[in-house]
Write a protein that binds this ligand. Sequence first.
Ligand code: PLP
Length: 381
Amino acid sequence: MRFSTRAIHAGDELDNPTGTVVVPIYQVSTFNQAQPATGAGYVYSRTGNPTRTALEKCLASLEEAEHALAFASGMAAITTLLLSLLKEGDSILAVDDLYGGTRRLFTRIMRNFGVESTYVDGTNLRDFEAKLTPGTKIVWVESPTNPLLKIVDIAGVAKIAHSHNALLVVDNTFMSPYLQHPLRLGADIVVHSTTKYLGGHSDLIGGAVVLSDPKLYEKVQFAQNAAGAVPGPMDCWLVLRGIKTLAVRLERHCSNAQKVAEFLAAHMKVSKVVYPGLTSHPQHDLARKQMDGFGGMVSFHLKGGTDACQKLLKHVKVFTPAESLGGVESLIEHPSSMTHASVPKEERDRIGLTDSLIRVSVGLEDAEDLITDLSTALEDV
Ligand SMILES: *Cc1c(COP(=O)(O)O)cnc(C)c1O
């Protein structure tokens, strides 16, 4: 079956004696062991819960994978994945323009366990090749990157990682499984913050690890139960509900973002717009090849620097100044003082994440209203 059909039905084949059309919220901690035949194998909800199983089946189906594991947050998914795959002395090679929280986990926590991380320019395949060492067990990629929206050649990096016996992990949060299929391109593991496009309504925190290799799955599943950073049944249900409209939402996110990006590109007070859907994006052709759409995230630089950025955030009325992304409502933020404040300033400057940068998550409001809002707010910056 095709994507939109799977988004609505995958996982709903639970053995459901009352015939509910939607998978119910199994708000329970433990299961009767006296009748294992009727218990469908459930024991305790940290280990497994029927609502979570439905979500995990659905996520696996959307990423065209054998397995998915749901977690209490994107960071819980990433932490559990690292705990299950790495040991002291191993290292991670990651793109330099990484989600701030992931970078903080790599540099401030994993390092304490003897796991080092090295960073590469995600647009330069030779840089990956040069920095891989025998200790590199995981190559970690986001594409588009956050917040500079660089496109990483996933198939190219997969080949390099595999020739060095490293696993390729792709954080597919910015694209969602509707717009990008990292496993098809050769990645071994996909992670998601389901908080973003999969949930889609800014009303939950969740994460997932998706993969096909049975041995890796066994390891991550063991760690999911052992470490216990699992989502509650209600949150699983909210993600499942969000996923049902993923395809229609993403279509609109993409078309609205394209319009907003084109408006900004023509604006006097904007020095540069970064959106993979603009032909001015240096990797527009790769984006076209690798993605089924250009996504809902747009970044741009204001000529007026930090001051102008702060004013813009104050003057907008439809956009909400807030961290996060992927919800139905449009959000606007200033990465250097908000989402990426934990990245040291020298490093931010080095990769081009300057104080004049604004990132927007374009929502599903009327595109004309979004453009009018930005246009009005920009008058006073
Ligand atoms: C938000 C996000 C995360 C972390 O997810 P949480 O659900 O906030 O823990 C990881 N990666 C990317 C790309 C994100 O946007």
